[in-house]
Ligand binder design. Sequence first.
Ligand SMILES: O=c1ccn([C@@H]2O[C@H](COP(=O)(O)OP(=O)(O)O[C@H]3O[C@H](CO)[C@@H](O)[C@H](O)[C@H]3O)[C@@H](O)[C@H]2O)c(=O)[nH]1
Ligand SMILES: [Mn+2]
Length: 687
Amino acid sequence: MASQRPDVYATLLLNDFYLPGALVLAHSLRDAGTSKKLAVLVTTDSVSSDAIAELRKLFDFIIPVERVVNNNAANLDLMGRPDLHSTFTKITLWKQIQFRRIVYMDADTVAIRAPDELFDLPQAFSAAPDIGWPDIFNTGLMVLDPNMGEYYSLLAMAERGISFDGADQGLLNMHFKNTYNRLSFTYNVTPSAHYQYLPAYRYFQSTISVAHFIGPGKPWTQGREANKGSTPYDEMVGRWWEIYDRHYRPSADPTYQSTEPLVQYYVKGEFQPVTPVPSTSPPFQSEETQSGLFHPTTEAPFHETTEIVKEAEEVYPGPVEAPFHDTTERVKEAEEVYVSPVEANAEKEKEPEPIYSSWDASKTPPPPGSRPEAQNFPSTQYSMSSDPAPFKAPERYPDPPKDMYYEVPKTPSYQKPTPIFPWEKDAPKPTRVFPEDLFEEEEDERHDDSGTVSAPIDEEDTTSPDTTTPTMEPASAEPWHNFSRGNAWDEIPEIGRYIGNLQKNRKANIQVLQGHGAGIEQASSPGARIHGLKLTDFPTEFERPSLPVTPAPIRRPRFWGEERDEEGELPAAEGVPSQEDWDPTARLEQLARHQSDVLTSKLGKDTGAARQIPLRSLPFGSEGVISPTYVAQQATISGSGTKSASAEHIEEPSYKGASAAWEKDETFPTQEAPLPPSEEEKDVLDT
Ligand SMILES: O=c1ccn([C@@H]2O[C@H](COP(=O)(O)OP(=O)(O)O[C@H]3O[C@H](CO)[C@@H](O)[C@H](O)[C@H]3O)[C@@H](O)[C@H]2O)c(=O)[nH]1
Ligand SMILES: [Mn+2]
C-alpha cells in the first residue's frame, strides 16, 4: 500500500547550532501554506532534549538517526568546512521508507513559497544545480523517494569515505552522477555575498521558491545587523529574519515573554540574559569543529552591545534562568559543573575578585564557580540635563586673530654667529703666504708682460672664466677624444682658492704655524705644486728632511767587458754618495746618534735635564752584515759637498709643528674655524 505512505518535507539537525535554521525553515513552509507534513532527522547524541522539545512544537516527525561520519576528512579541510564531517548522515533519508517521497531541505534554507509541486514529479531523484559547479547538483534541496537499496549503496560509499568534497554533496553527486533530474535553480537559490548575477536575480526574483544560505556564515550566526543592504543576498537574508521575527523575536508584550530563550540563545544578538548563562558544548564535537571556523556558542550570547543589553533588561526585568533548566541528563551534567547565576551572584558579594583571567571563552566553558563576565564593567551614569532654559548663543564671538602668516624679512637676517670660544675673538690676522698665492701673483705678472696667455694648456683652460667644468665640453663626433681625465678639484682654480681660503681660515687659528711656516714657503718653489687640497699630498722635496740613506747603485761591467756607453746615463744625484763609500753600519749608528741628539735637545728644553740615549748594540746576528756591494769601509764619511747630504750632520725635519703628532699641511680640527654660510643661509643672503 505504497500510496498510503505520506509525503514530507524533511530537514536534518546534527546539533543545536542549526536549531534556529531548522525552526525558521519549518515556519517558512507552514507560513507558505504547505499541505505536506514536516519531518526532522536528528542525531540524538548531539542534539539537546531542549532542542528536540522545541522541534516537537513544529515538526510532525522527529526522527532519530545514527550519525554517519566521514573519517576521511581531508577534502572537508580543502573546502574549509571541517564542521561538515557528519553531513554523510543525510544518506539516512533513503532509509525513511515510511514516507513515499521526501523533499529534503537543509536547515539553512528558507521557503519563499512552498514547492509542493515537487512531490508530483515523475522522477525518483531531483535536485537543482550547484552555483559553484553547475554540472553537479546542490544537496541543500533534494526530491527523493526513500529506498533501502539506494541507502545501502550510499552507505557503502560513505563507509569508504567516497566523496570528492568529503561531505554528502560529493558523495551523492558521485552516486547519482548524471541520472538526476535537474530542477530549476529557483528551487535552491544560493545567493552569495561575494558574487551575484543581479539582472537575473531581478528577472527571476518572483519565481524563487527557496533561498539557501550556503557557506560557513548563516543568518543566525551573523546577526540581524550584518546584512541590512539591498543586494539580493541581503534581501534573502531579510526574508529569513522576517520569519524569525514573526515567531521568535521577543517583544515588549509580557505575554510573549514566555518565548523559549533556547532559540534566541543560538541566534547572534538575540539572547540577552541579565546574568550570563554558561554555554555548554554538545556532547559530540570533533576536534575540528571545536577549533574550526564556526563557533555559534561563543558568538551568540556574550558579544552584545550595551544598547541591546538595555533592551533585554527591559524585556527580562528579573534574573533570567538558564535555557537548560529541565532535568535531562545533559543539563544535570551542566549543573554539576556550573554555579547557577543566582549562586554566582551570592558568591560575588563575598569575594569580588574576578577569576576570568585564564579562561579562553572560545575554547572551553567557563570555570566552575566563575563570576559573571561583566560584573566589573564601569558603571558611570550620565543623566540628561534637567535645565528647561533653551540654549542661547552669546551675542558676539571673539574675532579670529589677524595677520596669521609669516612675513619673509626684507633684509637678509644672516649674521655671523657670535663667537663661543675665546680664540675665535682674539684670532690674529692670518699672515702666512701660501705657494698658490705666490703662483697666482706670478701668473698675473706674466699676463701683464706679454699681454697674451703664455701659461701651459691646462693652466690656460682653468683660467678661462667660462670653462668652469672641463668635463662638460660640448659633445663632438668622438666625445672620448675630448674627455678629460682631470679632476676639477685640481684644475679649477676657483675650487682651489676656495678650499685654500678655508684652510687659511683654519690655520689662522693655529699660531704655532706662523713663524716656522714662512720659511718653508720661501724654500718651496712657487707654482711647482699646488698642494694642500688632498689629504694624501706628500711633502715636496723641499719640505722633506733630506736623509741620504741610499747610496748610488754600482754599475756592473757589461757581459763583453767593454766600457759602458756613458751617453744617456742620468747625471748622478746631488748628495748621494757612491756605493763604495757606503757603510751601512756606520750610517745606522750615525742616524741613531742624530735621533738621540734631537730628542735630547727637545726634551732637555722641556724638562731641563738632558737625557742620554745609550748606544745600542746591533741586533744579534747582524753585526757583521754589510752590503754585498760594499767596497771600502771608512770610519768617517767626509761630506760630499752638499749641505743636505752632510754626513756629519743630518738635518732635522724642517717642520716644527704644534706636536709630533702633526705633520705639515695636515688638516686641523675644523670646528675651530667659523664655517661658511650654509646653502640656506646663502639663499637668504642672495635675496
Ligand atoms: O553543524 C552542523 C552542520 C550541518 N548541519 C546540517 O547539515 C546541513 C548541511 O550543512 P550546511 O552548513 O548547510 O552546508 P552548506 O553550507 O549548505 O554546504 C554545501 O555542502 C554541504 C556538504 O556537502 C551540503 O550538505 C550542502 O547541502 C551544500 O549546500 C545543514 O543545513 C544542517 O541541516 C547541522 O545540523 N549542524
Ligand atoms: Mn546548506
